[in-house]
Design a protein around this ligand. Structure first.
Ligand code: CA
Length: 230
């Protein structure tokens, strides 16, 4: 039985082959696309996760990522040779859920794929806040803002869900890193700010004066929405 269907978008045949070999060995079914246009043409074939190289011959990974995010919250892991933090944050800012910097070990890729799939499935229940202004539906990984569905990336959803499950509790950036990655990774904590910024733009009426996710200076973040009575 397959553990999941993975689309690997990578023009370097050697890298694509070795990533595919390791994933297949672990029970995944893997399709490789060498170009962005091929990836987009087969995206609708029902994949569980996309591994996306940033540098492709016909399109950038960012462009493909934006195209995917227009109508899907498919988990995305970016492969990047650019290692400076701005690029990483930019990669996450456009909706990637995780990134891996080249050169990487294929085992690390498999571990990240499994971690991302784990944190994007298996959660249930609906929670409503501020007299129905915000509804978090964990059964379909969607939220409703003023009655309209809004798409969050799996990572954004997980962060919001974690905060909203414990209103008023302060979470440090490192705790939130652990929530989304499943492990501590100090170099990742600034990307939490990028994710929170994206979430605020989606759920807050005034992102500068938030009524859901409040910054606790020097500490982290806490959820301040008021849970509705059932
Ligand atoms: Ca490439």
């Amino acid at each position: 039985m397959s553990s999941g269907r993975i689309l690997v978008v990578e023009d370097e045949a050697k890298i694509a082959e070795i990533v595919k070999a390791y994933l297949v060995k672990d029970g995944f079914s893997v399709t490789v696309a060498e170009t962005g246009s091929k990836a987009i043409s087969i995206l609708k074939n029902g994949f569980d996760l996309v591994i996306l190289d940033l540098m492709l011959p016909d399109m950038t990974g960012e462009e493909i990522c934006e195209t995917i995010r227009k109508d899907s919250d498919l988990p995305i892991i970016m492969l990047t040779a650019k290692s400076d933090e701005e690029d990483r944050i930019a990669g996450l800012g456009i909706g990637a859920d995780d990134y891996i910097v080249k050169p990487f070990s294929p085992r690390e890729v498999v571990a990240r794929v499994k971690a991302l799939l784990r944190r994007t499935k298996g959660l249930k229940k609906t929670a409503s806040f501020n007299s129905g202004n915000l509804v978090i539906d964990s059964s379909i990984f969607k939220i409703m803002k003023n009655g309209t569905y809004i798409v969050l990336t799996p990572t954004e959803f997980k962060l919001l869900q974690c905060l909203a499950e414990r209103p008023e509790q302060v979470f440090t950036r490192l705790q939130l890193v652990n929530v989304i990655l499943g492990y501590d990774y100090e170099g990742y904590d600034r990307t939490i700010d990028a994710h929170i910024k994206n979430i605020r733009h989606k759920i807050e009426d005034d992102p500068k004066n938030p009524s859901y996710i409040k910054t606790v200076y020097g500490l982290g973040y806490r959820f301040i929405g008021l849970p509705d009575e059932d």
